[in-house]
Design a protein around this ligand. Structure first.
Ligand code: LLP
Length: 384
């Protein structure tokens, strides 16, 4: 829900633009930090969700670490000032250069996704006379019950080491003198709204931790990844239920006193704190369909085209108008039929020039923008 003051302010900014509510962001971060503190859980922010510098600054200041999936993200995390002891590096395809740079930065840990990668990190660390801390990313074959494009923890997914390869993995770890095994890592998918999924994950994490310990490995870190979803249908509900989320892990994970539990939250921390604000360029009323054509498209917000993702659409200029009897397909200007933000969306009667908000775009919004069709950089504006 935007105030009239916000909407008047928006009228002076060139559209389309991402609008960040930094107060809401800070509230969300504080709520998460407090809920995690109760159990002494550690949170690394999954930078891929949003690496806008203002957003990163707030996250760093709250004391979270950084979960990175590329050399670029590791570099950015260090530049922004995240403590290198709180930087972890995951990803199925780390290049030699990325590994070398991360070794030079003495990051906390590599989350390793294949046996071959273990060997490569060992070799590169040896050349630098360094020891690399590693956690094994295990594919636990737990169904996240989310969209198949953002599921990562099933046997058919490319991520992590499968359970049947763990004996070989343990053998390799024992042979690699430059590696220090610190724990196990999981991430089963994103936009998970059914918390029972995490109970199933905990059961698997307990089994795998026991498996490693029985073979003489000390499991210091249990990293359970991220994936907590947000309510895209109720963007004003805003702050996710971090208490309930962390409680599940406290209740179902077997944690010894010398073990740390790590989380890699992305979407839940930033998702609700931004909206993409766009202007109506044209309204085309047809026999079968009415179209609203926006000045924002899939180049600014890719999620609907890529995952059929839902983002609530609001006409800010008509805020307060209760008659939402017209159904529109809300589309962008890009020359692709998938460039559509919503079909048959009920809105007040809409005119050229109206301001439209696409809500809950703080995660995987601005960062996934592209220059397809030679579109220019999307603008950004902040509250505060
Ligand atoms: N850790 C790892 C290893 C990951 O791959 C991811 C997300 C996360 C943590 C953070 O997940 P989150 O808490 O944000 O769900 N672009 C898609 C989402 C892709 C998620 C990729 N990995 C979307 O727009 O829905």
């Amino acid at each position: 829900m935007f105030s009239n003051k916000d909407i008047t302010h928006f009228a002076n900014i060139e559209t389309p633009f991402y609008y960040y509510d930094l107060t809401l962001l800070q509230n969300t971060l504080d709520t998460c930090a407090q809920a995690a503190k109760v159990y002494n859980f550690h949170v690394h922010y999954a930078m891929k969700a949003n690496f806008n510098p203002m957003v990163l600054e707030k996250i760093k200041s709250t004391g979270f670490g950084a979960d990175c999936v590329s050399g670029g993200e590791v570099k950015k995390a260090i530049e922004i000032g995240f403590d290198q002891n709180k930087v972890v590096f995951a990803g199925v395809g780390k290049s030699d250069k990325e590994i070398n740079d991360a070794l030079d930065q003495d990051i906390f840990c590599f989350n390793v996704e294949s046996i071959q990668e273990l060997e490569v990190i060992n070799e590169l660390a040896a050349k630098r006379a360094k020891k690399a801390r590693v956690a094994i990313r295990i594919n636990p074959n737990v169904d996240a019950h989310t969209h198949h494009n953002i599921t990562t923890g099933l046997d058919e997914n490319k991520f992590g080491i499968n359970s049947w390869d763990l004996p070989d993995c343990a053998e390799t770890l024992k042979q690699c003198a430059q590696l220090e095994f610190i724990g196990i890592h999981f991430h089963i998918g994103s936009q998970i709204t059914n918390l029972d999924v995490y109970k199933n994950l905990c059961v698997r994490v307990n089994e795998f931790a026991a498996w490693f310990e029985e073979r003489g490995f000390l499991v210091k870190v249990l990293n359970v990844g991220g994936g907590l979803g947000i309510d895209y249908h109720n963007p004003d509900q805003q702050v996710p239920d971090f208490e309930a989320y962390f409680k599940i892990f406290n209740d179902f994970l077997e944690v010894r006193s010398n073990q740390e539990v790590h989380f890699e939250l992305g979407r839940a921390l930033v998702g609700q704190s931004s909206s993409l604000i766009s202007k109506v360029l044209y309204v085309k009323n047809g026999k079968k369909k009415n179209f609203i054509i926006l000045d924002a498209g899939m180049t600014e917000l890719m999620r609907p085209a890529l995952y059929q993702a839902y983002h609530k659409i609001e006409n800010l200029t008509r805020q307060g108008v209760t008659d939402t009897s017209v159904k529109y397909d809300v589309v962008g200007p890009i020359c692709e039929s998938t460039d559509c933000f919503g079909k048959e969306v009920e809105l007040p009667e809409t005119s050229r020039g109206d301001l439209i908000a696409l809500r809950s775009t703080g995660a995987y919004g601005e960062v996934m923008a592209s220059h397809y069709n030679l579109r220019e950089n999307v603008n950004v504006a902040y509250s505060e």
